[in-house]
Write a protein that binds this ligand. Structure first.
Ligand code: AMP
Ligand code: GLY
Length: 419
């Protein structure tokens, strides 16, 4: 099987590695040095829709796997499928579930999927008036994609008003903030519920948890994610069943009744509140760093599962149960998330990767004069696999300790709440 992977971060390295492990011949767009070990590099940007179509046709690939949201929102999957190319990733219409918070709230409410009460506003005066309809300061969400900067969870009314003023009044996020969703603030642990969907069948993956704040104890700035764990042994079977029944099943029913042909992975960000699971957001792709714990657990079955998803053949497929647990620890650059520094030399990569049951996924790295140097905010994701979360966690941290670069930041408490 010949597969083109679109994207070049840690998630895509996990995809490339799993596809290679499955015996596929892998092509990757402008791969980082880690990806390049198991894929042939093609110099086409992940958002160059015409270039990717031409490449998929000349290379006669059997499957295109789209990692990030940007090409999905641009409609890459529609363009490829229109030419008969099997594609893992939803089309532009379904990608609105990630690209527009207002679209998502309407979808959730239309299909009776539990979520926070909200108001959508487009005028500053109306927004300020709407704030007062909430008992406590609501969460302020820019409608459009804002690279993780579009959600403010205010502690005070003044902060809520300032956020509304910034997004809607001052247009600090440009068009992404021209529509706002104001939403009741919920409380509870957050989990990531991902499922493969082939257009008619869902296959739920084990639950995962991201760790979004930069510092231990969930303190400091929001990041793209500093580590992840799967499964979540502390989430009991009854809660898992509620997520399947109240979130994932009606999500699929919603795709069908809205005529959305969703072929890819649907990711529900869910808060486990006292009133049950509630959806905070959808993503229409694998999470990063959730991919770095979920994909290694699919092992050599990955290529078959992704192709079955793309071609509507998931029914009857099951998921491998081994290895039982995975933990990934992100090594981030100095200054991340505000102003990541690049160009720091990285040592210890081979030593870490040589450890059993460890995978070192590259995210923001590049080759320079025979060395690998930092080239982004999140530099590496070091995954440990094991029989239990505790085993996987110990392996991930032991391997992370082999790797050094100036200014490296890592959290020491990834997965500590679930061992
Ligand atoms: P989102 O992009 O919608 O997932 O929001 C980013 C983060 O903001 C989430 O991961 C939550 O930590 C937080 N958040 C979003 N919506 C709410 C809410 N209704 N109540 C509390 N926290 C929220
Ligand atoms: N881990 C969060 C995300 O991928 O959006």
């Amino acid at each position: 099987m010949k597969v083109l992977v679109v994207g070049k971060g840690g998630r895509e390295h996990a995809l490339v590695h799993g596809l290679w492990q499955s015996g596929a011949e892998v092509l990757a767009t402008q791969p980082n040095p880690g990806m390049a070990e198991h894929a042939r590099a093609v110099d086409v940007a992940p958002t160059d829709i015409a270039g990717l179509l031409a490449l998929a046709q000349t290379e006669h690939v059997d499957l295109v796997v789209i990692g990030p949201e940007a090409p999905l929102v641009l409609g890459l999957a529609d363009v490829l499928r229109a030419r008969g190319i099997a594609t893992f990733g939803p089309g532009q219409a379904a990608a609105q579930l990630e690209a527009s918070k207002d679209f998502t709230k309407k979808f959730l409410n239309r299909h009776g999927i539990p979520t926070a009460r909200h108001v959508t506003v487009t005028e500053l005066a109306a927004a300020k008036a709407a704030l007062r309809t909430f008992a406590e300061p609501p969460v302020i969400k820019a409608d459009g994609l804002a690279a993780g900067k579009g959600v403010v969870v205010p502690e005070t009314w003044a902060q809520a008003e300032a956020a509304v003023q910034a997004f809607l009044g001052d247009r600090t996020l440009g068009a992404a903030g021209a529509t706002l969703v104001l939403e009741e603030r919920l409380v509870g642990p957050e989990i990531s519920a991902l499922a493969l969907c082939d257009g008619k069948t869902l296959l739920a993956l084990d639950l995962a948890r991201d760790h979004k704040r930069i510092f231990d104890g969930d303190r400091g700035d929001n990041t793209g994610g500093m580590g992840a764990v799967s499964p979540l042994p502390n989430v009991d079977a009854a809660t898992r069943a509620r997520i399947d029944r109240e979130v994932l099943a009606p999500t699929l029913a919603g795709f069908l009744s809205d005529g959305l042909d969703f072929r890819g992975v649907i990711y529900a960000g869910v808060m486990l509140t006292a009133d049950g699971p509630k959806v905070l957001e959808y993503n229409v792709r694998f999470g990063d760093p959730e991919a770095q714990v979920l994909i290694p657990r699919l092992g050599a079955r990955l290529a078959d599962l992704l192709l079955a998803t793309a071609t509507g053949q998931l029914a009857g497929r099951t998921l491998p149960a081994d290895p039982p647990a995975a933990v990934t620890v992100v090594l981030a650059a100095a200054g991340y998330p505000a102003t990541p520094r690049t160009g720091d030399a990285i040592s210890g990569l081979a030593q870490a990767a040589a450890r059993p049951d460890v995978l070192v996924f590259h995210a923001g790295t590049r080759a320079e004069g025979g060395r690998v140097v930092t080239a982004g905010g999140r530099v590496l994701a070091v995954t440990g696999l094991g029989a239990t979360v505790a085993d996987a966690r110990a392996r991930a941290y032991a391997a992370a300790a082999d790797i050094h670069f100036a200014g490296q930041q890592l959290r020491t408490d990834i997965a500590s709440s679930v061992v």
